[in-house]
Design a protein around this ligand. Structure first.
Ligand SMILES: [Fe+2]
Length: 217
């Protein structure tokens, strides 16, 4: 006897394995706090970056350095807990380990890098960001073997074939979070001065079947 087969069961299916989380939090910081940070920190960004003469950073800041940073940390920390649950499967305690401000003038760029000794990294956009100077994320360029690619005008790129991803448009006050190992860069900025705050965060502890490690201090 003929068995009916549901249409859904016969459809081809593509499953994205082992996805990398990237979290957007629009309007994470209120306008008054964004204004206060721009005024306070743009004057302090004096440490030149060797990748670009038009990029400078503040020194590493601790939340205790300014009441503004305490406010930033209190707004960001619940988001770290949410994001951390995605990568570690548990709502752990999280703390901002360090934060700094990047001032990218017209023509400045940020070379590809990732953040060591950290689990979650985040960027808070404090000014408008030119469309061409959005943060770009890349697959790790590592590997020590021959590479094969099919990238030309006739090839389209998608979630499985692309090796870079341009983050969506952002507004001042927006926050994005990503795993600290993820490589990222900022292409040359054709727009006006672009100011961002970056931070690194660590969980209080990790536990692998009783093998525990604690961070901080
Ligand atoms: Fe970075």
């Amino acid at each position: 006897m003929h068995q009916p087969v549901s249409k859904a069961a016969r459809m081809d299916e593509v499953i994205g394995l082992f996805a990398t989380p990237f979290m957007r939090v629009p309007g994470a910081l209120p306008a008054h706090l964004v204004r206060g940070l721009v005024e306070h920190f743009s004057a302090l960004a004096k440490t030149d970056n060797n990748a670009s003469a038009h990029l400078s950073h503040t020194t590493m800041l601790q939340p205790g350095d300014s009441p503004l940073l305490v406010e930033v940390a209190s707004l960001v920390t619940p988001k770290l807990t949410d994001f951390g649950a995605l990568i570690f499967g548990e709502r752990l305690g999280w703390s901002v380990k360090e934060m700094w401000v990047n001032v990218l003038d017209t023509g400045g760029r940020q070379a590809m890098h990732n953040h060591a000794n950290s689990f979650i990294s985040a960027v808070i956009y404090l000014t408008a960001t030119h469309a061409e100077a959005r943060t770009v994320f890349m697959k790790s360029p590592g590997g020590h073997d021959f590479a094969f690619k099919n990238d030309h005008a006739g090839a389209t790129s998608g979630p499985f074939s692309a090796d870079k991803w341009i983050s969506p448009p952002v507004e001042p006050g927006d926050l994005v979070l990503f795993p600290s190992y993820l490589m990222h860069a900022v292409p040359p900025n054709p727009g006006a001065r672009r100011i961002t705050m970056a931070l690194n965060a660590i969980p209080t502890r990790l536990d692998s079947w009783g093998y525990r490690i604690t961070f901080g201090g």
